[in-house]
Ligand binder design. Sequence first.
Ligand SMILES: [Zn+2]
Length: 752
Amino acid sequence: MPEKLSRRGFLGVAAAAAADVSARSRSASGVTGSESLDDSASAWFRRTRRWVQTNLNEQDPATYDAALWKGYWRSTRAQGVIVNAGGIVAFYPSRFPWHHRALSLGGRDLFGEILAAARGAGLAVLARMDSTRTYEEVFRDHPGWFARDAAGRPFKTGDLYTVCVNGPWVRECVPAILREIAERYRPDGFADNSWSGLGQKQVCRCDHCRTGFRHAAGMDLPARVDWDDPAYRAWVRWGYARRTEIWDAYDAVAREAGGPDCRWLGMGQGEPSRMCEDFRHPSAIWSRSPIVMLDWQARRAGEGFEANAAAGKTIHGVLGWDRLVPESTALYLGPTRPMFRKSAKPEAEVRLWAACGMAAGIEPWWHHLGASQEDRRQLRTAERLSRWHAENEAYLVDRRPIAPVGVLWSEVNIDAYGRGEAATRTDQPFAGAAEALVLHRIPWRAVHADHVERDAPDLDVLLLPNLAAMTDAQCASVRMFVEAGGGLLATGETSLYDEEGRRRGDFGLAGLFGAHATGDHRGSVAGPAASPWGSGEGHSYLRLRDGAIRLPALDGFGETDILPFGGRIETVRAEAGAEVALTFVPDSPQSPPENVWMREPRTTIPALVLTAAGRGRVAYSSVDIDRCFARDRIPDHGRLLANLVRWASRRPMPLEVEGPGLLDCHLYRQKDRLVCHLVNLTNPAAFRPYATDLHPVGPLTVRVARPPDLRPAGARGLVAAGSIPVAAEGDWLVMTLDRVLDHEVVVIESQG
Ligand SMILES: [Zn+2]
């Protein structure tokens, strides 16, 4: 391997990146590249639906127990394995001196042995890589390969040094490793862990980056992370372009050396903002993936299991529902920190997380760290659910959701508006909206803001949760949707910014909202929890307009004139004729009790504006109730969101589930049947790990709108219910489930 990259090679890459940057500036959404799946239906990435990963460590070559893992593949009905080949550590005798071999490898070829054993068992094999970090010995020999901060210091994670994505390691060494592995072993493909290098919050200032960025963008590297700096924003665009270019280059090497179906796949997360932060442009990356290797291993502290379903909906929302999305599911203990990588996670925690994933088109991929497991429970956790998946997989793929509520998101909003604070600015509103829909059992899907026109035929309502940065084209497609009779719920600063994050004079969707921005706001996104006790900051309310309790949008609030608030309100002026259903009651003291009275109990500041724009109903909430709901979980906020969606929809939701419990409900259509998932999340650990037991609910009444072309021939539960009587009530099919433990999947078959 040459130490220095040739001038020709570098300029060629830089020019390509420059072209990509300028293309992206024209295509404001930033979605670059796409690929249709024209490969044969029998390719491994089309049919491998259950995966096992043994994430090898440096000691494993000395003690790897082949029989144990072969038995595990069998007991989980695995169809594919992911096993370490190279990158940080080589588990085969690589010919490259700079490719660090596992400490205990000796003369052994552990990767080759495992690959042969898996092939012998009829399994697909992905060679696992980790291509952006390596050891000190390589750093000493090749200092020019590594990322550098402003002071010239290398970036390190623990003992490992991070390479620069514009340097020779990524351009030449990794492709050489891929070629070596592909030619020698012919794996089915590659899966790479941390392939994208440094993220948006760390600017590499090595010579490759200085020269490359100057060539691509005609300017110096940004001085710091600053979204107001045009150089930083150009650097972000360049960063995305470079990663998609790396993806394409690695994939090309894999296919050339390993055959047309030998695909290189970088892993990605389940939340778009996390992808963006790592320069993995979600739409561009997912559309390049013939199978999406989802590295979203467990819920986070404070998160419900249904977050996993949201990840599946987000990915399938971009790609459609025919692509496989296996998810690396941690069977070790996390999200507590540190993660206890060698200890087993309780089976109930894994089951509920994975069942939510399966309900949203995610396939199992059981993930273990290290080949030797002293906590042997870890090897039993997945067995039952994985077998169930194998026996019922026909019902879990090749289907389309029946979910008439589309919740919008986009990379433009995450970057141009989120500006490094996406967790609060864009993620929380999305999560709060999604959470409210789950709690109120409203079937929803995630819709990319560029796909409104494409997805419109399947949608009754669009929900724009503080979708602040929108392109003109995105605004136009939402307008068209409403004018054609679709419903709309938008919150907060939706459409107030363009794709560069510049504030518009008024909402891009002002014509639909019946409300106009005044340029002012009150309250904060931090919420009352951030205000000192006794300050009264955030102690605000929403007041129902006199007589407003008759509005269906305010259903359930008949006994109150006020709702708690505590968030941020965009100050707007409502048009004459618009229905202002809620007004804002400003902050007042919360302590001491003698002092707790509203200083300004009535204002005319609109908090909720209802209109009929064209043929569709529109609810514009100038208050960030979605963000508030994600943050504070005040029940009225969730109910209000659900009410507004039902009101905007005009027609009933196609799935109604009655009975107590916290349920994540999904409805799908397969060619000649309906498939309905009910995941029972009723659990004392619903929002705080770890679930240790399952808590059954029932009876539940399930009502499904009968599609006109479906003549029901009976229903059955794939998990426990067995045969289920179906009653026809008008256009509804009604069933009763006596008991649901962790999940049930109801299949309603059509006659003939
Ligand atoms: Zn660099």
